[in-house]
Write a protein that binds this ligand. Structure first.
Ligand code: GLA
Ligand code: ZN
Length: 672
């Protein structure tokens, strides 16, 4: 095994006879595959009945992969329980938001609080580790699969009450946190607390709740409950496999799980990259970059893995376009450009039946290796082999940070008022896109991150202010940093209750203003905002700001607050704090972000070339690599550095013309 960027993916040979395995491995060699993920969803054949284990199939799979020199990612099968389990223990099935107990079906279907599911899944994880933990070909454990969803069953209700008792300590504290004086909700016994769903606090679906604090706590609890399953399986693995890293495949910008609460329990982060189709290739690329950075930020900037991506189509959407020529390569290198040390596929061979039979795979049903797709896969495999270990373990030091906070994401979208059309991800991605286009090395980190190493911190919709965050932000600004935040920030404390002070609460004095009123309008209502002499559209939320000592940078153009501040900047100590009191369109956001970056000379190379992405990674020994990725149309640009492209061995000199056709990838080892 030569160390290189891990390449391969999910492989379920249990679905095919032995002859197919020979053909598969011959094809994997051609494709440069060195990593296989096996055992995902294998429960029914590993344990055909509660009292019977059968490892014969997995033995054969693992033996063969080992003999072929593969690096093996061994999964525990708890992402899908077998029918016998659900039949014997109906309580292991989830109860949905409407209160209906499900029967057997689908996957990701187990109640995280079910003692039987927990016992059986943990026992199986332990047995797998006991049996295979000594095999040095196993490079990682992959627990479960894409943890997600939620359950509202009685066992979860009980576990929720215990979680609340641990969090609040007393009913008085719980009642205060919930503001239960409202609508006569004072709880006098823990047993009175029930999960918030369609039968209790909710109307019109999961985002509409009478008690936002209760629902917010349920989301926190459910994230922790699912994590409990991961942690328990990991502990069982650790008894037999003390050193092999343990991860699970996350889903990037996935709202139901607070990955920041999970991060400390992962040995490395990994995620599945299936970007939703966006309006343009550049927007899709920026969104993937955001998710990569979020994943990299989970473990303090350590390299992560792309555990899954499709080589061609994702079968689960209404319409499933194939990846255009060159796009697989471009997106795969983009993953590496943001810190991935492995880029794996779902899946190596296409499923024969059920809902993923048309999902893309390295090998199609016929197992052909003379297809466009296979050739692209193999060409990428050859590039990874060519680059070898040159990039492994590299990191991306950044002076700019974007804050992401699941509590704010949940709270702002659960809130009745000011505007249901405000979506956290829309605002986050808009600010991120501006940072992305500026090609600035960027960390995407939680609100608990140490801010002292940054020059710029951007925090859109920082709705909830927890702990000492406001003090840390203030100290960061006073030392010379620039802080940028937006409308609807600084509104609630960690219990989702309003601050009994001017908006934006703990940020008011830092920002040098107060928000007196918040106007909200339908999406078609635009209020033009003039900023540095140009006009931009603002929508959704228009805060009427009364400055104390903030400088007015932009003003509203219409309505009774025409001429009042829409964008402000306060100087504090050595630094400054921006407030964008409305939701600006993308060009408006870009103008603010650009100025904040320029103030710190942080604008990156080729920052003005649309959809050309530039990132950097620095190896453990200090070699700098610049990645240039063209997600847009043809450009010719001055080469931003002198160095050698690792993919072609071509030497480039800074300033020389550099031709960038669409889907170009350059990985330049810089000379400096
Ligand atoms: C997810 C799952 C895989 C597969 C793919 C299909 O990522 O983890 O098992 O279902 O989706 O896109
Ligand atoms: Zn449950």
């Amino acid at each position: 095994m030569t160390p290189q960027i891990g390449y391969g993916g999910d492989y379920n040979p249990e679905q095919w006879p032995g002859e197919v395995w020979d053909a598969d491995y011959a094809a994997f060699k051609l494709a440069g595959v060195d990593t296989v993920t096996v055992g995902v969803f294998a429960w029914a054949h590993l344990q055909p009945a509660e009292d019977r284990y059968d490892f014969s199939t997995l033995d054969a799979i693992v033996d063969r992969a080992t003999a072929e020199g593969m690096r093996i990612v061994l999964a525990t099968p708890s992402g899908a329980m077998p029918p016998w389990l659900a039949h014997r223990y109906p309580d292991a099935c989830r109860v949905d938001f409407e209160g209906r107990r499900h029967v057997y079906g689908q996957r990701h279907n187990a109640c995280p609080s079910s003692p039987d599911f927990r016992r059986l899944s943990v026992a199986l994880a332990g047995r797998l580790a006991e049996r295979y933990g000594g095999n040095p070909a196993i490079v990682a454990w992959h627990v479960g699969n894409e943890y997600g969803g939620a359950c509202w069953c009685p066992a979860c209700g009980e576990a929720f009450r215990e979680w609340l008792a641990r969090r609040y300590g007393s009913l008085d504290r719980l009642n205060a946190a919930r503001n239960t004086a409202f609508w006569s909700h004072t709880f006098t016994d823990w047993a009175q607390v029930v999960p918030p769903n369609a039968l209790s606090e909710h109307w019109r679906g999961p985002d509409h709740t009478a008690f936002q604090g209760i629902t917010l706590d349920y989301r926190r609890f459910m994230s922790d409950a699912l994590l409990g399953g991961f942690v328990a399986e990991k502990a069982a693995i650790r008894e037999h496999s003390p050193h092999t890293p343990v991860t699970t495949n996350m889903m990037g910008l996935y709202q139901p799980i607070d990955y920041h609460r999970w991060a400390p329990h992962l040995d490395f982060a990994s995620w599945d990259n299936y970007p939703p189709e966006d309006r343009s290739a550049g927007r899709t690329a920026a969104r993937m970059a955001l998710a990569h950075r979020l994943m990299r930020g989970l473990r303090g900037g350590d390299p992560f893995w792309v555990m899954e991506q499709t080589p061609s189509v994702t079968a689960s959407r209404d319409v499933n376009p194939v990846k255009r020529p060159g796009v697989l390569r471009l997106w795969s290198w983009q993953s590496v450009a943001h810190g991935a040390d492995a880029v794996l596929y779902f899946q190596l061979r296409q499923s024969r039946g059920a809902c993923e039979k048309y999902h893309g795979a390295v090998l199609d049903h016929a197992g052909r290796t003379d297809t466009r797709l296979f050739r692209e896969v193999a060409a990428l495999g050859a590039e990874f082999a060519h680059v070898g270990d040159a990039l492994l373990g590299s990191r991306t030091p950044a002076r700019a940070a974007l804050l992401v906070d699941w509590d704010s994401w949940w709270a702002v979208e659960l809130s009745d008022g000011p505007n249901r059309n405000v979506r956290y991800l829309d605002v986050l991605t808009s600010y991120h896109r501006a940072l992305w286009q500026a090609n600035v090395p960027l960390d995407v980190v939680p609100v608990t991150a140490d801010l002292s190493g940054y020059d710029l911190v951007v925090a859109p919709l920082l709705h909830m202010v927890k702990g000492d965050l406001a003090d840390r932000v203030t100290a960061f600004v006073e030392r010379g940093g620039t802080f940028v935040t937006t409308a609807l920030s600084g509104r609630v404390d960690e219990d989702d209750n309003a601050f009994l002070t001017d908006v934006p609460g703990p940020f008011a004095s830092l920002l040098g203003l107060r928000v007196e009123e918040t106007d909200a309008q339908r999406p078609d209502v635009v209020n033009p905002v003039t900023l540095f002499g140009r006009e931009y559209d603002a929508r959704h939320v228009f805060e009427v700001v009364v400055p104390a000592d903030a400088e007015v940078i932009g003003t509203y153009g219409t309505d009774f607050y025409a001429g009042t501040p829409a964008v402000t900047r306060a100087r504090r100590g050595q630094g400054q704090a921006w407030y964008v009191a409305t939701l600006l369109d993308d060009p408006g956001v870009a103008t603010v972000v650009h100025q904040a970056l320029a103030d710190h000379a942080l604008l990156g190379p080729l920052a003005d070339i649309p959809d050309v992405e530039v990132t950097e990674r620095i190896t453990p020994t200090g070699t700098r690599h610049l990645f240039i990725l063209n997600h847009g149309t043809h450009h010719t640009v001055p080469a931003p550095v002198t160095g050698t492209d690792l993919l072609t061995n071509r030497h480039l000199r800074a300033g020389d013309d550099l031709d960038l056709p669409p889907t170009t990838v350059l990985v330049i080892r810089c000379e400096s």
